[in-house]
Write a protein that binds this ligand. Structure first.
Ligand code: FEO
Length: 172
């Protein structure tokens, strides 16, 4: 079934949003590295790599449905932050923005009865709940830590435990 034009355009735009998410998070990685917060840099690198996977899922979907992806310019939204808390607050606001986009996509997939798109988007709906919860938890902890250097050091160590696990290759 050919992709509905409106849904195609929204999915094509979503590839840009996901790639921009990776861009924003890599921008945060560079901020954390400069601040000597290697654990947060590691955490945010894993986050950025997940965003590349998200973009890839939408990219493949358009191809599988016989469409052609039209890539767009990416914006660098911000390159510096005044504190780790501000960076993670921005990450949370960005994830909320992405959740809104996924919900809009789901509304249109339902409207045009595109069941394969709905199956794809079901995964993203659950993923967004997880993403917001994970980032939200860090925001909450950072707010609690406040100016405590020791608290920040401990949290940085904890966040450095995050490992990016790539999905298994096809056929595995
Ligand atoms: Fe791909 Fe973090 O949303």
């Amino acid at each position: 079934m050919k992709l509905n034009d409106k849904l195609y355009k929204m999915i094509n735009d979503q590839i840009k949003h996901e790639l921009e998410s990776a861009y924003i998070y890599y921008s945060m990685v560079s901020y954390f590295v400069a601040e000597g917060l290697d654990g947060m840099a590691q955490w945010m690198t894993a986050q950025a790599r997940e965003e590349m996977l998200h973009a890839g899922k939408f990219f493949n979907f358009i191809g599988e449905r016989g469409g052609k992806v039209e890539l767009q310019n990416l914006k660098i939204i911000k390159t510096n932050w005044t504190s780790p808390l501000e960076a993670f607050q921005d990450a949370l606001a960005h994830e909320e923005f992405i959740t809104g986009k996924i919900n809009d996509l789901m509304k249109v997939a339902i409207e045009v009865n595109d069941f394969p798109a709905k199956v794809l988007l079901d995964w993203f709906v659950s993923e967004q709940v997880e993403e917001e919860a994970n980032v939200g938890k860090v925001v909450q902890t950072l707010a609690r830590v406040g100016d405590s250097g020791n608290g920040l050091f401990m949290l940085d160590r904890e966040l450095g435990q995050r490992v990016f696990t790539p999905p298994p290759a096809q056929g595995e």
